[in-house]
Ligand binder design. Structure first.
Ligand SMILES: Cc1ncc(COP(=O)(O)O)c(C=O)c1O
Length: 396
């Protein structure tokens, strides 16, 4: 089956956080606003997933649902990670959660105390900061990523070691693949991170929700699959990003160590998925591979298109080709304009909604913009064209 990702689908009136929020929150504009700020796709999901959810809808009863009541649920997760990532764990290790950030919150609350330090490598997905500081009342400790001339990011291992050695810092939250900078971490980097955490008894929470979206030929390694001792590792996974199912809130924390898992579950309780989520996950992990391959090809094409467009039309915008995710992390600083002016040109003049860099990097993200590009190529072309026009008066 060949999916048509070029088709522009009207998502207005579908309770979409990305599209329907525009009408409520933005003043009416003279031309349609293009939202590229939310990490979900403007593509219909795989047909087997739709079929599975239609069967649930047609049944007509939507009573209480339990992921553990359907053994195929955990078995599907186990098979997916074994076959695609050579990572083996038992079905008991799979803990359903209605949202990755829910699970992150619970892990932070369970394994640290109010005021403790939680290490992040910024720039990193802004909700980590919100969850850690506002919801859990812990302190974010920034082990800032290093960036080379080509815009390639890496972990500052000396700093990570020093921060993990400080007993005030109890947890390291890794984003792997990394949102927003697009790194897919290499085996040796991951092994080093895991060894540092283990040596200092720091809990390692690895958010791997972007693991299925990667450029062709790039391999992802679940960090837990690279170490024998997983007693301090919680991996957060989801079908949300991979299959455009974020509205179903279907995530799974993988906690192979029984003691760690028992402590987590005591705090977390038993979360109930909807019957749609159970059916969708089984279909996605069982029959979604063909769609995933095609969507990855299309996203690769979008990324190449966007980077080529920027090179031709806005060569001063610094952008590194992301190895994973469908996210571009763009550095506009070379234009010399203040952050607010860059924002105004993109959001108010071009009418493209991106996300300000400070959301993901409050200290150093000024002049950066995050752009999510899993949309029809024609929409992406229109958005980039408008952004280029909004800066056309600059002689750079
Ligand atoms: C790295 C990362 N983790 C978590 C989430 C949110 O996941 P969920 O909707 O399952 O809470 C996102 C969404 O963009 C993300 O990029």
């Amino acid at each position: 089956m060949k999916y048509d990702f070029d088709r522009v689908v009207d998502r207005y009136g579908t309770y979409s956080a990305k599209w329907d929020s525009i009408r409520l929150l933005m003043p009416p504009a003279q031309k349609p606003i293009i939202p590229l700020m939310v990490a979900d796709m403007d593509f219909r999901t795989a047909q087997p997933i739709l079929d599975a959810m239609h069967r649930v809808a047609d049944f007509g009863m939507y009573g209480y649902t339990a992921a553990w009541a359907e053994p195929e649920y955990a078995a599907s997760v186990v098979r997916w990670f074994k076959e695609r990532f050579a990572w083996e764990f038992s079905p008991e290790a799979v803990v359903y959660s209605n949202g990755t950030i829910e699970a992150l919150n619970c892990a932070v609350r369970t394994f640290s105390n109010v005021g403790d330090g939680v290490i992040l490598c910024r720039p990193v997905y802004g909700h980590f900061t919100q969850a850690i500081e506002n919801e859990c009342h812990r302190r974010v400790v920034d082990c800032h990523l290093l960036c080379d001339e080509e815009g390639r990011y890496s972990v500052d291992f000396d700093q990570l070691e020093a921060l993990c050695a400080d007993p005030a810092n109890r947890i390291f939250v890794l984003c792997s693949p990394h949102n927003p900078v697009g790194r897919v971490w290499e085996k040796e980097e991951l092994r080093r991170m895991a060894a540092i955490c283990k040596a200092h008894d720091v809990l390692l929470i690895s958010d791997e929700v972007h693991c299925d979206i990667r450029r062709k030929g790039v391999a992802h390694y679940p960090i837990a699959s690279l170490v024998r001792d997983q007693t301090n590792i919680i991996t957060l996974t989801a079908v949300n990003k991979s299959f455009n199912l974020a509205g179903l809130q279907c995530s799974n924390a993988i906690i192979p160590d029984p003691f760690l898992r028992a402590r987590f579950k005591r705090e977390f309780g038993d979360r109930m998925p909807t019957p749609f989520a159970v059916a969708a996950l089984i279909a996605a992990y069982g029959q979604g591979g063909e769609w995933l391959e095609q969507v990855n090809d299309y996203i690769d094409g979008n990324i190449d298109f966007a980077l080529d467009f920027l090179k031709q039309n806005l060569p001063w915008v610094k952008a590194c080709r992301p190895q994973g995710t469908y996210i571009l992390w763009l550095d506009f600083s070379a234009c010399g304009l203040p952050d607010a002016e860059i924002h105004a040109r993109i959001y108010d003049r071009a009418l493209v909604l991106a996300q300000d860099g400070v959301v993901h990097d409050p200290g150093q993200g000024q002049c950066f913009q995050r752009l999510c590009v899993p949309c029809a190529r024609s929409v992406l072309a229109e958005a980039l064209g408008r952004i280029a026009a909004a800066f056309a008066d600059l002689k750079l």
